[in-house]
Design a binder for this molecule. Structure first.
Ligand code: ARG
Ligand code: ZN
Length: 854
């Protein structure tokens, strides 16, 4: 059942044009697809179109109706013999959008018709060459009852609208840009709209239109403004302009992912469009801006130049994540942005590399493509692009981008084509660099120092080694751009060393014994760094380095060291005085970047620590974190309160300074909540007087983590107050499910009965179960197996409804080998229970079977 990159063959047919007519009805939608097809290879006589979950009504070949023995039909394809080099096909299919709970293809939920075609959802609409290297000119006619569905939207330009004699309305759309079918979209429903205009750099006017749930219009204005910022930014930084007259964004409640870049008609999960200070956190605002940017940037990196096949997914996703990260960096705290991106790599991506699902950013074999929209393809993919940027510099990188578009605009290409453009534009040989595309796993980079006092010479010896992964035993050295700085020397600026082999050394002449190299600034390569720095040296970097990221990173190393000692000792480890001094100082005199200050004052989360162990000592890590937090709260009680009070008044709007202030204030609150003598007043006050959702939620979170007895009363109040807003209720669901109390099991059962909970809605399901599995490690990893059993039951229940979401949820069960023997056998049993289910989806099966084989 695997598809392989090595088996790629170019298509034997092209579909010059695709004209679709939809007669929309929730239980009986008829789709007529009129395809103009050209045979590219005249030796090929069979045309095989993919199709799934379709009822075929009729097929016409060159205007002649075919009978059932003129073609072969099975549950995956429609095959016919063709003699002509050019011919038309008219295919009628019947769909049941309302029964489509997988939310792939055309579905109907919340009184809205909506499509999601990437990766292979278009074949659930009609029989087609559902592959990204078949580019076609699309037009579509949508027919529906105008009372119920006043807005009928699709890609491109609206070319016709008329009322039919039966009272239905027809709206016709034409997309002037050829595109693969995964970028097709239609939406029909009733919405609030918000629109505006944008003047491109070259002076064209673009209509911007947002379509959101009735009554929510005002919550879309931040997204609209974000879109304008993204459009301007892409013109200024990349010289790229929008190419259609109209850019539409629709927000829907039922959506499997974050958003989708369909040409001219983005579809978004409403969570990433609708925000207001009262109902959304600063993090939500950040996500809206970044995802709006991401989908917009896809218009060039993804749509104008698309992927040849799905193994090349990182071609568009890695590059577009890189672009959205650069955009976000320019919109807020650059340092904290980098910290957040690095945390994703160090926790989720390193964990994926160490799991049975390990794969290179360009995977080589796939059972279900939807399983490969991963943190490896997206985020590690973005790190690989970032390394190219580091190696070539901004000017060289932009020259490469220009050549890439010059060569490939309008084409479906490979990751190799991209690197080749970078290579040719810079006359640099990137052969060795390309290994990043084929090698999975996380390199370990170790750094050793030696100082020759007579010669006043410091030598750094670097070694890289990538341990084997589940998918690949042999590893080769990679090209690692290493940014470094030497503290306490004249050369204090940041420099670049490019490591190309397994070993290398760097020497510094004429330096003091106290000179301290800061290696891997800004996480210039996605590797695990090993070094032998002392606490004192790390704390020195944390205080003296000019690079904010390096300061934070040195502190991360400290934390990891202290935690390892605590785990080894099996009892309380006393944090060093140097840390208390450093924190005291920060709390009395925060850095200008308040958000960075808040990051520096954080004890890393469970996930950050866990990633550094095998087997993972779950309980010891949790105990040590609790103990660290207790020590900090008690020793610095006065300082937390002082800083908290300094930052208490904040203006609600989402602006860098306010965001930083809130982050710092709420960090202090977290520690104050651990102090019984003051938590009640502070928590209750902040909860009651909050002028933003950020502050209110922070109060609840702190109350939960601090074990505050009034927590449940506050939760009740919050749940009542936000009954009407499902996006806020999701936060409430999540807080319940992440409660470290054993009562969480009864609580989750109650949540699943809540009248706003729905197994059909991915946001609701994720709100509860993502929180439970990822933010409640103590209960999820219980030694009686209750947590694993709950997740297994949930995956089974969900798999019958929405396999894609079920397969995402199953991830925490896969890495069973990383735990102690007791948990291993519990997890193994859970995986076996899933693998043995009759009718399990390919999505879940691919992951579970890999895990069991590991
Ligand atoms: N291309 C979309 C984005 O990155 C995500 C689509 C995910 N689709 C899927 N089937 N997993 O914005
Ligand atoms: Zn994307």
């Amino acid at each position: 059942p695997f598809k392989r990159l090595a088996d790629y063959l170019p298509p034997a047919f092209s579909i010059e044009s695709t004209d679709l007519t939809f007669e929309l009805d929730p239980v009986n939608t008829v789709v007529t697809a009129e395809l103009q097809i050209r045979r590219l290879d005249s030796k090929v006589v069979e045309l095989c179109l993919q199709g799934q979950q379709l009822e075929l009504l009729s097929v016409q070949y060159k205007g002649h109706l075919l009978s059932a023995d003129d073609y072969q039909l099975d549950d995956k394809s429609l095959r016919l013999t063709v003699q002509d080099d050019r011919f038309s096909l008219v295919i009628k299919t019947r769909l049941q959008p309302q029964a489509n709970t997988a939310l792939e293809g055309l579905y109907y939920a919340n009184n809205t018709f909506c499509t999601q075609c990437e990766a292979e959802g278009f074949q659930r609409i009609t029989y087609y060459l559902d592959r990204p290297d078949v580019l076609s000119l699309f037009s579509s006619s949508l027919i529906a009852d105008p009372q119920q569905y006043p807005f009928l939207l699709s890609n491109g330009n609206k070319v016709e609208q008329r009322e039919l004699t039966d009272g239905r309305r027809l709206v016709r759309w034409q997309d002037p840009f050829p595109k693969p079918c995964y970028l097709f979209a239609l939406v029909a429903g009733d919405f609030d709209t918000l629109s505006s205009e944008y003047q491109t750099a070259s002076g064209r006017t673009v209509q911007l239109e947002f379509y959101v749930e009735k009554g929510q219009g005002s919550k879309a204005s931040f997204a609209l403004e974000s879109l304008k910022r993204a459009m301007r930014w892409d013109e200024e930084r990349f010289g790229l302009e929008y190419d259609l007259e109209r850019y539409m964004v629709v927000a829907v409640d039922f959506f499997n992912m974050g958003a989708m870049e369909n040409k001219g008609l983005n579809v978004f999960n409403s969570k990433y469009v609708l925000v207001s200070e009262a109902s959304a956190t600063d993090k939500d605002f950040f996500n809206v801006e970044s995802i709006i940017g991401h989908e917009y940037f896809h218009n060039w990196t993804g749509n104008r130049v698309t992927c040849r096949d799905w193994f090349q997914l990182s071609l568009k996703e890695g590059l577009t994540v890189f672009r959205d990260q650069e955009f976000s960096r320019d919109m807020g705290s650059a340092t904290v942005n980098r910290i957040d991106a690095v945390q994703v790599i160090r926790t989720a991506q390193f964990a994926e590399d160490a799991s049975p699902m390990a794969h290179p950013i360009r995977p080589e074999q796939v059972m279900e493509m939807n399983n490969f929209y991963t943190v490896t393809v997206y985020d590690k993919g973005a790190e690989v692009i970032r390394m190219l940027h580091t190696l070539l510099g901004e000017a060289g990188f932009q020259a490469g981008m220009r050549l890439y578009f010059q060569r490939h605009d309008g084409q479906a290409v490979t990751c190799d084509d991209f690197v080749q453009a970078m290579q040719d534009a810079n006359q640099q040989d990137l052969t060795a660099f390309r290994r990043w595309y084929q090698q999975s796993g996380t390199p370990v980079l170790s750094v050793k120092r030696s100082y020759d006092a007579d010669r006043r010479q410091l030598t750094l010896t670097l070694q890289q080694k990538t341990p084997p992964t589940a998918d690949q035993a042999q590893k080769q050295p990679l090209v690692l751009p290493i940014r470094y700085q030497l503290l306490g020397s004249k050369r204090s600026s940041s420099e670049l060393f490019v490591m190309t082999s397994a070993q290398a050394s760097l020497t510094f002449d004429n330096v003091e014994a106290t000179a301290l190299p800061v290696v891997l600034e800004d996480f210039s390569a996605p590797v695990r760094l090993q070094h032998d720095y002392s606490d004192a040296e790390l704390l020195r970097i944390a205080t003296e380095a000019s690079n904010g990221f390096a300061r934070w990173d040195a502190l991360q190393s400290c934390w990891l060291g202290w935690l390892q000692q605590a785990v080894a000792k099996g009892e309380s480890y006393e944090l060093p005085e140097g840390l208390f001094d450093f924190y005291q100082q920060l709390l009395h005199q925060p850095l200008t970047d308040l958000a960075l200050t808040a990051e520096l004052l954080k004890v890393p989360d469970y996930a950050v620590f866990a990633e550094n162990f095998s087997p993972i000592p779950v309980d010891a890590i949790l105990d040590a974190i609790t103990d660290f937090r207790r020590q900090l709260s008690q020793r610095l009680a006065g300082a937390w309160l002082h800083c908290y009070q300094q930052q208490r008044q904040t203006t609600p709007d989402y602006h860098e300074t306010n965001v930083g202030q809130r982050a710092l204030k709420n960090r202090c609150l977290e520690f104050l909540a651990l102090l019984p003598e003051c938590n009640k007043t502070v928590l209750e006050q902040q909860y009651r007087n909050a002028n933003t959702m950020t502050d209110q939620l922070a109060a609840l979170k702190a109350a939960q983590q601090g074990g505050y007895p009034g927590f449940h009363t506050l939760m009740e109040d919050f749940g009542k107050a936000w009954q009407h807003d499902v996006l806020v209720l999701d936060k409430w669901f999540g807080l319940h499910a992440s409660n470290p109390d054993p009562a969480v099991f009864a609580q989750i059962e109650a949540l699943c009965q809540h009248d706003k909970f729905s197994w059909q809605n991915p946001n609701r399901v994720r709100a509860v179960f993502h929180a439970f599995t990822m933010l409640n490690p103590g209960q999820f990893h219980r030694l009686d197996g209750r947590g694993y059993a709950l997740l297994t039951d949930t995956v089974i229940q969900l798999d019958g409804i929405n396999p894609q979401v079920a397969a995402r949820l199953v991830t925490p069960l896969l890495s069973w080998k990383r735990f102690d023997t007791e948990r291993q056998s519990l997890l193994r049993a859970a995986l076996e229970r899933l693998a043995d289910r009759a009718g399990i989806s390919d999505d879940v099966f691919e992951k579970v079977s890999k895990a069991l084989a590991s």
